[in-house]
Design a protein around this ligand. Structure first.
Ligand code: 5GP
Length: 196
């Protein structure tokens, strides 16, 4: 199993492209390198299993698209959408599916692809739903993990990076639907979201 990298081990010295971002936590190059490693590990673990990747919209869309291309075994792709925070930067704890899978996952090996695991509430909800659908197995791959904020215990099988308790944006992650297009992951200035 891969161990998550911690950003302290890295030295991103990039200048953010917007003044709303106080610092770059993970550069585009660092992310791509890690995504390739995750893809290689997943390919090895899912050999002969024909997994279905379930990307969680919208935040994990960029990560899912990149990870998919680093997986070398036959697999399929589907998406779910979960109700989001809206303009808030903290989870309300109320989670619901707003777009379900297109195909049945019964008897399939499901790999949920998440952008970030924070309180763990979203993931626990999704895991319950998948388990109720008689899947062969269900695992989770998250680009980012914020373990310090966990409210419920949840097992994340593949983790890209562990991040500190900061509100991060970029590489698909938003605040109020903005910043998803940044190629890096950066820490949003608290003044922008009214925190911390
Ligand atoms: P959880 O249910 O684990 O608290 O929240 C998971 C979801 O909250 C993530 O999929 C993501 O959409 C959102 N989220 C949690 N932390 C952050 C963060 O630091 N930045 C952004 N942009 N979204 C976050």
């Amino acid at each position: 199993m891969l161990h998550p990298f911690r950003p302290e081990q890295l030295s991103p010295e990039l200048k953010p492209s917007t003044s709303d971002v106080q610092s770059v936590l993970l550069s585009a190059e660092q992310i791509q390198k890690r995504v390739a490693e995750l893809g290689a590990q997943i390919s090895q673990d899912y050999e002969g299993k024909d997994p279905v990747l379930v990307g969680v919209l919208v935040g994990a869309s960029v990560f899912t698209a990149d990870l998919l291309r680093c997986i070398t075994v036959p697999c399929s792709l589907d998406y779910v959408a979960i109700s989001s925070y809206g303009k808030k930067s903290r989870s309300s704890g109320v989670v619901r599916i707003v777009k379900d899978l297109d195909e049945s996952v019964e008897s399939r090996h499901v790999l949920i692809i998440e952008d970030i695991v924070d309180t763990g509430l979203t993931l626990n909800y999704l895991l319950d739903i998948m388990r109720n659908r008689n899947v062969a197995s269900v695992r989770v791959c998250a680009l980012l993990d914020k373990p310090s904020r966990r409210m419920t215990s949840v097992n994340v099988d593949y983790i890209g990076y562990e991040v500190p308790d900061e509100f991060v944006v970029g590489y698909g992650l938003d605040f109020a639907q903005r910043y998803r297009n940044l190629p890096y992951v950066g820490i949003l200035r608290p003044e922008v979201y009214g925190g911390k």
